[in-house]
Design a protein around this ligand. Structure first.
Ligand SMILES: Cc1cc2nc3c(=O)[nH]c(=O)nc-3n(C[C@H](O)[C@H](O)[C@H](O)COP(=O)(O)OP(=O)(O)OC[C@H]3O[C@@H](n4cnc5c(N)ncnc54)[C@H](O)[C@@H]3O)c2cc1C
Length: 311
């Protein structure tokens, strides 16, 4: 694919959200190009949960089945590449890839996800998605009743404590430095019988990503099976900024209903614009964006045909 092609829709990001949009558009007979660089955020997790019909499946298998089903529609193509430039032109959008492809489309869907930023704690990145967990709905059931920890402080620690406590009676809070809980929050956590450990965390000891103990600057250690933690994230690409999309304070692409951004013709789907990080949500948002983009194309095409309806 080395010429400039015109597609109805280019979807940047071919994971759960992007493929779901492509499915709706392929079934709507739209000529679609999905560009994907192959780095979904859950790639390190051994099993994905809480998505109906695929509970406990590997993330890669879900994506493989999705790709096979989407590419069954002849008007959908898939390009393994990294989109690096995007701009609007009078007919739509132009995308340039790291592999040197230049492609154009009438509409654009950004489904590029987010990139989790690992803290500089030895062992954290290796355990991410395996025994350091971001979400109890995704992985909480599998560690029910085990020795669990929460790595958080202040309001986040309080909120996570409320959320996690019923998955295990063996739960501890690690604030990684002096606790910043309010007196009421501390009293609540004490009443749950959750110990609060304020020592500075230096390392997570593990065996192939499976946590064995937390190790602290004061030389102490705490044996644990799983640790909940929320980490910051960033956008993996600046395509949205290149196009002039408005970002939210939390760093997501700001959208109105059905994934519409402030730039006409540019839609988003999945984690890149939604704080509800679940495969099911990404699939839902992708499908909605696909349907709405198709509606927009229908309306534009019909408006040029001057179809008059007699009263
Ligand atoms: C460790 C972990 C475990 C998780 N476990 C679960 C679970 O068990 N159950 C569950 O429901 N959810 C889980 N989630 C959440 C779920 O993985 C995400 O909500 C989902 O992957 C979001 O899908 P997405 O398509 O929006 O983004 P992603 O799946 O992250 O995919 C984004 C895609 O866009 C591509 N991309 C980015 N920039 C470009 C570019 N410039 N050009 C081309 N391609 C680009 C990336 O390579 C990637 O393939 C987990 C998340 C994490 C981090």
């Amino acid at each position: 694919m080395d010429k400039i092609f015109l597609f109805d829709v280019i979807i940047v990001g071919g994971s759960y959200a992007g493929l779901s949009a492509a499915l709706a558009l392929g079934r709507s007979l739209r000529k679609v190009l999905v560009i994907d660089s192959g780095k979904p955020c859950n790639r390190q997790t051994p099993h994905s949960h809480n998505f109906l019909t695929r509970d406990g499946e590997t993330p890669a298998n879900i994506a493989t089945i999705a790709r096979e089903q989407v590419l069954h529609y002849p008007s959908v193509s898939f390009l393994s590449d990294l989109a690096i430039k995007a701009h609007a032109n009078p007919d739509g959008f132009a995308i340039e890839t790291a592999g040197g492809q230049q492609v154009r489309s009438r509409k654009l869907i950004l489904a590029t996800g987010v990139e989790d930023v690992m803290p500089p704690i030895s062992g954290f990145a290796e355990c991410w998605g395996r025994s350091v967990l971001h979400c109890p709905y995704c992985h909480g059931y599998e560690v029910t009743g085990q020795r669990l920890g929460i790595l958080a402080n202040g309001d986040t620690a309080y909120e996570m404590g409320r959320l996690i406590q019923h998955w295990s009676a063996n739960l501890a809070l690690f604030t990684n430095g002096p606790a910043t809980l309010t007196p009421d929050q501390r009293q609540f956590i004490d009443k749950l019988n959750v110990p609060i450990i304020e020592a500075t965390l230096t390392a997570i000891a593990h065996e192939q990503g499976y946590l064995t103990e937390l190790q602290f600057a004061d030389g102490s250690a705490y044996a644990l099976d799983a640790l909940y933690s929320r980490v910051p994230f960033r956008q993996p690409t600046d395509l949205a900024e290149q196009l002039g999309c408005v970002m939210s304070e939390s760093g997501l692409i700001r959208t109105a209903e059905f994934g519409k951004t402030n730039i006409p013709g540019v839609y988003t789907a999945g984690d890149t614009s939604s704080p509800m990080r679940q495969v099911s949500m990404a699939v839902t948002n992708g499908s909605l964006a696909g349907v709405w983009v198709n509606r927009e194309l229908i309306e534009e095409d019909l408006s040029t045909r001057h179809l008059h309806v007699a009263n």
